[in-house]
Design a protein around this ligand. Sequence first.
Ligand code: AHG
Ligand code: MN
Ligand code: MN
Length: 352
Amino acid sequence: MKTTKKVITLDEFIYERERDFPFATGELSGLLRDIGFAAKIVNREVNKAGLVDILGTTGISNTTGDEVKKLDLFANEQFITSLQVSGECCGIASEEMETFLPINTEDAKNAKYVVTLDPLDGSSNIDVNVGIGTIFSIYRRQSFFGPCTLEDFLQKGSRQVAAGYIFYGSSTMMVYTTGNGVNGFTLDPSIGEFCLSHPNIKIPETGKIYSVNQGNFLKFDQAIKDYITYCQSEDKTTGRPYSLRYIGSLVADVHRSLLYGGIFMYPASKGAPQGKLRLLFECFPMSFIIEQAGGKASDGQRRILDIQPTELHQKCPVFLGSTQMVEKVEEFIRQAREASAASATPGSAVTA
Ligand code: AHG
Ligand code: MN
Ligand code: MN
């Protein structure tokens, strides 16, 4: 008789992993389950987005100046409600909210975790049926008890306890890490469960795809222009020219890089000295996932996870993906800095 392969659901997986930690209180597991639940509801709205009057803009901008779509607000409310009622986190910071939201109910105010959210990533793609996502990360609070404080959120990325994303694409997936590898779950709509489909994801050491908004080319530093030209140049040993893929939803571009290998970049440019992506809501969680899958995440010079944030909505240039490719762009940046330092030092000019 043919045996059917046992499907492992997200909830079962979370429960199994919790049993590996004898002193686990179940709060982190509860948070991950809440996020999984909210994701299913947002997924339902995303799927019927073309059918109901939820599309279009609200005419207001979020704190970093981007136009906010209605689905952004729906997702924000949904994740917050789901996290609030469980009482397992004492505060939430979201890309859609100027300041953090303390949760001061009796259950929650002494809870030990805080959560950061980009509830709807890739919002410019909602109206055109292109993949969008949700990004989250979870930290242990710094304050001991009572209402959470700003310092609870302003922690280095290396202090994340868990991070992940939900990708509403051709299928819906949740990918997350608790610092012990990366696992991916695909939503089976017929049973309404996320099922383990991509256990222990490892990013290839190198790849053949670079991903950047090349429309900004003329505004990039020379080192980045040179690296892009390198990606486009022919070389048999490294398989260049690389292909360019850019979806404009970070979740989708990172997901592809994770599975196929490649590099994703959002560098600084003229007029945007820190790039566009937000350190807390986008760069930290994606960097944690990429590192946990064996890749690398850098701001061009430093490991992203070592950056100490000073503001909730701080931005940061980002280069992440296959280790060898990220190291290559760092090499271009380092060489350009050394050359400019040398030319600024009197008497350093090399004579023939
Ligand atoms: P969000 O929709 O959460 O504001 O994020 C949009 C981000 C990110 O998803 C993507 O990588 C980037 O913006 C695209 O920006 P450009 O259109 O400037 O390339
Ligand atoms: Mn985003
Ligand atoms: Mn967003």
